[in-house]
Design a protein around this ligand. Structure first.
Ligand code: BGC
Length: 595
């Protein structure tokens, strides 16, 4: 029997529940419970035929997202850019790169999205500009000591002749965080050498970004995802730091990395978290918060409930919660959840810590499993160390077990969507796409691959163009069949049209889950942990009630019996059912109605 099984009334009396989060108000402030779908424009859909996705391609496929049942889309950068970091190096914050289309194409996209009831969030990249931004060009032309250089982080070098970098910071992508220019000065770049860091102590930098916010708000966008939100302000004096500057590609010791979210749950912030990029004089400085208070005030002058979303790799969660205090941003990505291994106790701990930390400031929790910076969760969960976070996967690395990863990936997704709060999906996960783990190294474009001296495979494997049509060249990504990165042949089976209308396909499972989540208001729901399900070893099962829905994820070897009489609403794979008995198999999540 499958997920459509209908059984009768629930009986949770044999079990005990522990409430950790009370229900929110349905309908209030859309972002509190929204499911937000990340579009990575160069890889979503190509209308022009050049093999690179574009805005008209997105507009033409918005129906897919409306039918999927998400509430909003977040667009990664499409602004004018030399593409040194796939658009996260912006040369003009108020225009569209010709690769992706025009401002008129953006307006058309926004209008179509709003017509379909989809909100639109755009990406803002304020920590750094492109080296082709007019300000940086002016700074280079004007020379040392000029007002133009003040907008960036130019410094004299160390050592007798200034030939050493001003301090010992390294770039997130590898190598030194400083580049020397011809006149002898150095400039700071926490990322690529083509991404110079701005000086956020400069009033003109602050006023310019407020004007950029207004430019897009005037167009009607519903919010902003703020890139490197924890990085803009640096400690005075730029002191040396001996830690490893790491963010998106993972650290040696992120708290979730041992299936141990203790550091995540650390409430006073004094624990031994060495997690994702939250330490060091370049990250999580007190001064960033004033910037977000100012931006909150800008958004408040617009109608329609606009939102700011922090991309802040900050731990513990109580520290992250400071970004979503009532007068700052509205949401922050929950990377502590993303980095937690496939381990029941660790998952329970990180969920509890997340809800408690965000409840503490009155903000919604968010949940995320995949994005354009990490190995896709279906592939992470197919590794021997399930849920670990390699910095990309190459052909000579351990290859994930694709079937196991998909099974666990779907279970992880259903657990995620069963939690109260807001959830982020990354394009292609609704198709169950794995990482491209055998990409030819010669085709890699991620600056992390080059700057790490080829030590990190980087992020290209999660950025491969989507397969829309199994039988078409390039799987229907573009009208010519061109794709800027090659797609694995095995992706025919994952194509959207191969899954559309097929019961039990990943696409249909996502659709059902999103429909049920919306109908039953799970996003604004409550959470109580459930103990004592028959056959459930607490070290191997995650079980919770959200409103009247029982969500059970079985990470163990023994099937878990659901209470008699529950009605299965959706399952991540076929469940075993015999009469009134429903058994949840290994690596499966089930939602069942308890009332
Ligand atoms: C983005 C990355 C980007 C980096 C620099 C990150 O947070 O998500 O894709 O490389 O910021 O802008």
């Amino acid at each position: 029997m499958t997920s459509d099984a209908l059984v009768t009334t629930p009986d949770l009396t044999a079990t005990s529940t522990t409430p950790v989060h009370a229900a929110g108000a349905p309908g209030a402030e859309w972002w509190r419970h929204a499911v937000i779908y990340q579009i990575y424009p160069r890889s979503f859909a190509d209308a022009s035929g050049d093999g690179i996705g574009d805005l008209p391609g997105i507009t033409a496929r918005l129906d897919h997202l409306a039918a999927l049942g998400v509430d909003a889309v977040w667009l990664s950068p499409f602004y004018t850019s030399p593409q040194a970091d796939a658009g996260y190096d912006v040369a003009d914050y108020r225009d569209v790169d010709p690769l992706f289309g025009t401002l008129a194409d953006f307006d058309a996209l926004l209008e179509r999205a709003h017509g379909l009831g989809l909100r639109v969030i755009v990406d803002l990249v304020p920590n750094h500009t492109s080296d082709e931004h007019a300000w940086f060009r002016a700074a280079m032309a004007a020379g040392p000591g000029s007002a133009e250089r003040e907008r960036y982080m130019f410094r004299e070098g160390a050592g007798e002749d200034g030939s050493l970098p001003p301090n010992n910071w390294t770039s997130v992508f590898g190598g030194p965080a400083w580049t020397r220019v011809e006149d002898g000065q150095w400039y700071l770049h926490l990322f690529d050498t083509r991404q110079p860091d701005l000086n956020w102590e400069h009033p003109e930098v602050r006023s310019e970004f407020e004007a950029v916010l207004r430019f897009w708000l005037d167009k009607g966008v519903d919010g902003f995802r703020i890139d490197v939100a924890h990085g803009m302000v640096k400690e005075q004096g730029l002191p040396d730091w001996d830690g490893t500057v790491a963010m998106v590609e993972g650290t040696e010791e992120a708290p979730g990395d041992h299936g141990d979210a203790d550091a995540v749950a650390d409430q006073d912030g004094a624990g031994a978290s060495t997690g994702a990029g939250n330490r060091g004089p370049m990250f999580d400085q007190e001064g960033v918060h004033e910037i977000y208070r100012a931006w909150n005030r800008v958004l408040a002058t617009y109608d329609g409930d606009r939102a700011l979303v922090a991309e802040a790799w900050v731990e513990p969660l109580t520290r992250l919660a400071r970004y979503v205090r009532p007068d700052e941003m509205h949401q922050a990505f929950n990377f502590s959840y993303l980095t937690t291994r496939w381990d029941a106790a660790a998952l329970r701990r990180v969920v509890t810590a997340s809800l408690e930390a965000s409840d503490g400031v009155g903000a919604p929790t968010t949940w995320v499993l995949s994005n354009h910076d990490v190995v896709r969760h279906t592939s992470r969960l197919g590794l021997a160390d399930a849920g670990s976070r390699p910095k990309g996967i190459g052909h000579d690395d351990e290859q994930p077990d694709e079937a196991l990863g998909l099974r666990r990936g779907r279970a992880a997704t259903l657990l995620t969507l069963g939690l109260p709060g807001s959830a982020y999906l990354y394009q292609g996960e609704e198709l169950g796409l794995p990482e491209h783990t055998a990409l030819d190294d010669d085709l890699r474009q991620d600056p992390a691959w080059f700057r790490s001296g080829h030590a990190e495979r980087g992020r290209d494997g999660c950025r491969v163009p989507l397969p829309w049509a199994a039988q078409r060249p390039g799987f229907g990504f573009s009208p010519t069949g061109a794709t800027w990165l090659p797609q694995p042949a095995s992706w025919a089976a994952y194509a959207a049209d191969a899954q559309d209308g097929v019961p039990g396909s990943t696409l249909e499972t996502y659709r059902t889950a999103l429909r049920v989540r919306r109908e039953l208001d799970l996003g604004t729901g409550s959470l109580a942990w459930v103990d004592g399900l028959e056959g459930a070893d607490p070290s191997q099962v995650v079980a919770l009630v959200n409103r009247d829905v029982l969500v059970v994820t079985n990470l163990g070897d023994t099937p878990v019996r659901l209470p008699a009489g529950v009605q299965v609403l959706v399952a991540s794979a076929a469940v075993d059912a015999d009469g009134e008995t429903v058994l949840v198999p290994t690596d499966v999540t089930v939602w069942a109605r308890t009332a």
